[in-house]
Design a protein around this ligand. Structure first.
Ligand code: NAD
Length: 476
């Protein structure tokens, strides 16, 4: 155990920010303007439940309004506090800038363990929280647009959207007040899995570059790589599922609240998820070794470690023993500033949170645009695209007929080529493009500057530069 003390989450984010700005040439004063959190609203409200009044504490923090609306999830967890919400809001600013989603950064949280309440109680609590935020324009399609985070999902977003709509009956854009909604309540295809999908696209992009793999001492493809995931919730489950089912990676470890599972041959992600849903934890799962102190699996041999649960899980007390050569931060802030320093010295490559989990906000951006345009993506052009493709197919068919045995169309080519893209395909394409372009912008800085030796600093440099340019454009 190190004798050094660990900075708080917000201090960690500030330390990483400071390391990056020390390499930049920003106009005097701008550095502080970008770093500080503009405002944090604390609300305490009562809800009558089970015959008594219960008081809840919630936050909504706005880090930067260089672009509006500001954007960021709402978290339900007992550990929520001002420091955490402000750190997460700051990360949102940098994340949106990095992936070019035109938003400022915000984040919200409610100190509550959602598992202690039934659905009806959660609805009452969520609606009341939403009411408190909406009446202060901290939920508003043009000013502040929340999304799901830890402990919240589609259901809560639908309640929030409905609450806002009830309070703003003439707002034609009311649906755009929150993202991550179910499809039948103004959501978009592919949002639920977007953050996990983004983690998959990020890893795929990383594995396209020999130089980057070499920096982590890795080679070859994603196929067969051993991956340990912490947290089989929304983000971790989808990332693990896609990486194992579509890329052939082996999920050798899964860490949950009550312990961890290990199997050198790879775990069946779907089966583990079903087990968790049924038994409220991983203990007792039959086809793997159970490790009671699940956090020990963070230190197990693997090729890629995906912390996808909560912050500060890799810290001064265990960083030295973490063996993974590549860590992709699916969660926000899983590596503390102190651990980051230790890992960098060891040569561990870290794909930073502000990039790695940006898939969620990217697809949220698409959802917000869809809500404002009041039309599903692809609706106007899909059949027209198919008609044009039919012309090509007809010509090829003519050729096919003339050529006899010497040439013919490949099997299934017709069906694949004919089909115009639906909303889900367009969302995936937009997400893939976003993740690839953002990765390229980071690696370009990583490899072109001698004073930048890690992807996190590169990510901060790219995003701070973009935020600074926005301020400059505003004449500040
Ligand atoms: P979630 O609530 O769906 O899942 C979290 C999972 O972690 C749960 O399965 C929970 O049981 C597990 N967990 C909790 N404490 C744990 C512990 N001590 N050890 C191991 N596992 C533990 O949350 P989520 O939406 O998947 O979010 C996870 C992380 O990803 C958070 O840091 C969040 O900020 C970040 N994130 C989420 C989104 C999103 O779209 N949901 C987007 C960007 C970032």
């Amino acid at each position: 155990m190190s004798s050094r003390t660990e900075p708080s989450f917000r201090e960690s984010v500030d330390l990483m920010f400071n390391r990056a700005v020390s390499l930049m040439d920003l106009p005097p004063g701008l550095e502080e303007k970008i770093r500080v959190c503009n405002a944090t609203y604390t609300v305490r409200f009562g809800v009558r439940l089970r015959g008594a009044m219960h008081t809840f504490t919630g936050y909504r923090s706005v880090h930067s309004e260089h672009m509006e609306p500001v954007k960021g999830g709402i978290r339900y967890a007992t550990g929520v506090n001002q420091d955490e919400v402000e750190a997460l809001a700051a990360l949102m600013t940098y994340k949106c800038a990095l992936v070019e989603a035109p938003f400022g950064g915000s984040k919200g949280g409610l100190c509550i363990d959602p598992r202690e309440y039934d659905e009806h109680e959660l609805e009452l609590i969520t609606r009341r929280f939403a009411y408190e935020l909406a009446k202060r324009d901290l939920i508003n399609p043009s000013q502040n647009v929340p999304a799901p985070d830890m402990g919240t999902g589609e259901r809560e977003m639908a309640w929030i959207a409905d609450q806002y709509a009830r309070m703003n009956t003439t707002d034609i854009n009311a649906k755009a007040c929150v993202t991550g909604k179910p499809l039948n309540a103004g959501g978009i295809s592919g949002r639920v899995e977007a953050t996990g999908r983004g983690v998959q696209y990020a890893l795929r992009e990383f594995f396209r570059y020999e130089e980057d793999k070499a920096a982590a001492g890795l080679s070859g493809k994603l196929e067969g790589k051993r991956i340990i995931v912490q947290g089989l919730g929304n983000v971790g489950y989808h990332a693990a599922k896609f990486l194992s089912e579509e890329d052939g990676a082996l999920i050798t470890g899964i860490i949950e609240r009550d312990g961890g599972l290990y199997s050198a041959d790879g775990l069946d992600v779907e089966a583990v998820r079903n087990w968790i849903v049924k038994h409220d934890g991983v203990a007792g799962y039959p086809d793997a070794q159970f490790v009671e102190d699940g956090a020990l699996l963070l230190e197990e041999e693997c090729d890629v470690l995906i912390p996808a649960a909560l912050e500060a899980v890799i810290n001064l007390s265990n960083a030295e023993r973490v063996k993974a050569p590549l860590i992709i931060e699916a969660a926000n802030g899983p590596v503390t500033a102190g651990a980051d320093e230790i890992l960098r010295k060891k040569g561990t490559v870290i794909i930073p949170d502000m990039y790695a989990n940006a898939g969620g906000v990217t697809v949220s951006y698409f959802e917000w645009v869809k809500n404002l345009s009041h039309i599903r993506f692809g609706r106007m052009q899909r059949r027209q695209e198919e008609a044009r493709h039919q012309l090509v197919i007809d010509e090829l068919q003519r050729l096919d007929d003339v050529m006899g045995d010497t040439w013919s169309m490949s099997p299934h080519f017709k069906e694949k080529y004919l089909r115009g893209a639906d909303e889900l395909e367009l969302v995936r394409s937009g997400l893939d493009d976003t993740m690839r372009v953002a990765y390229q912008s980071m690696r370009e800085v990583w490899h072109s500057r001698d004073d930048v030796t890690d992807l996190r600093t590169a990510a901060y440099l790219v995003s701070i530069d973009k935020v600074a340019k926005s301020y400059h454009a505003k004449g500040l």
